[in-house]
Design a protein around this ligand. Structure first.
Ligand SMILES: Cc1cc2nc3c(=O)[nH]c(=O)nc-3n(C[C@H](O)[C@H](O)[C@H](O)COP(=O)(O)O)c2cc1C
Length: 214
């Protein structure tokens, strides 16, 4: 479908944009594809322990920028996505997911009892419980990667942001008591011609240092 050289070209074209051109907006049709990349991202068991907030209100963006080391991308990008994850995974989350499978695949809940037992044994009663927050965060980072790679293939720019105050984000977005908490964000849009970092050479370790065939 995509030529190898085109994929590599786009991956080299992508960089973490420091200055967006605030006058350029992602079209509705392109945004639809980007949204799908979030929805179609894989997660462990398929649980999707996340919610993505697309913040388009300029006043809210202004407040979020203050809680993002004043990084201009928050206000100047076309679309600003805040990644949040469940603060905890409880049996209700697993049931919600199984009900969705039952609905989408037209199977009975009884037929999913074994699957439920496996997830419960791992996520609720098993070793995963100890690291449940990190585990849910990791799931959301996969969606973040999907979003950024899809955007790159579409020649749409991004900047991932961890330079944010998650607790302040939660307050601004009224997430307290929602069962979700902020972990990171991604700004999307089009690079400004004045963004000096676009000329920087990519700094990556040598292939032989990070890829090892066994
Ligand atoms: C999870 C994550 C968080 C990041 N947070 C920020 C950020 O807050 N602000 C920023 O300008 N860049 C941020 N970056 C961009 C990285 O600095 C950048 O991806 C890295 O230096 C490699 O450069 P490149 O993406 O331009 O190839 C972040 C990247 C990742 C993956």
């Amino acid at each position: 479908m995509f030529k190898n050289e085109d994929i590599l070209k786009q991956l080299n074209w992508r960089y973490a944009v420091k200055r967006f051109d605030a006058s350029k907006k992602i079209s509705a049709a392109d945004w639809e594809v980007l949204e799908q990349s979030l929805l179609l991202a894989p997660s462990s068991y398929g649980l999707q322990p996340w919610k993505f907030f697309i913040v388009q209100n300029p006043e809210v963006r202004k407040k979020l920028r203050e809680a993002s080391w004043r990084q201009s991308q928050v206000e100047d990008c076309s679309h600003f996505v805040v990644f949040t994850t469940r603060t905890d995974i409880i049996e209700k989350d697993i049931e919600r997911f199984l009900e969705r499978i039952s609905q989408v695949r037209s199977v009975t809940m009884e037929s999913l009892a074994g699957f439920k037992k496996s997830i419960m044994g791992d996520v609720i009663h098993g070793p995963r419980r100890e690291v449940i927050k990190w585990w849910t965060h990791r799931q959301a980072y996969i969606a973040m990667g999907f979003l950024m790679e899809t955007a790159a293939l579409m020649s749409i720019d991004t900047c991932p942001l961890e330079g944010i105050e998650p607790n302040t984000y939660d307050q601004i977005l009224n997430l307290q008591d929602s069962g979700y908490e902020t972990i990171a964000a991604v700004a999307l849009g089009y690079r400004s011609a004045e963004d000096k970092s676009q000329g920087n050479k990519k700094v990556r370790f040598d292939k032989n240092d990070v890829i090892q065939f066994v």
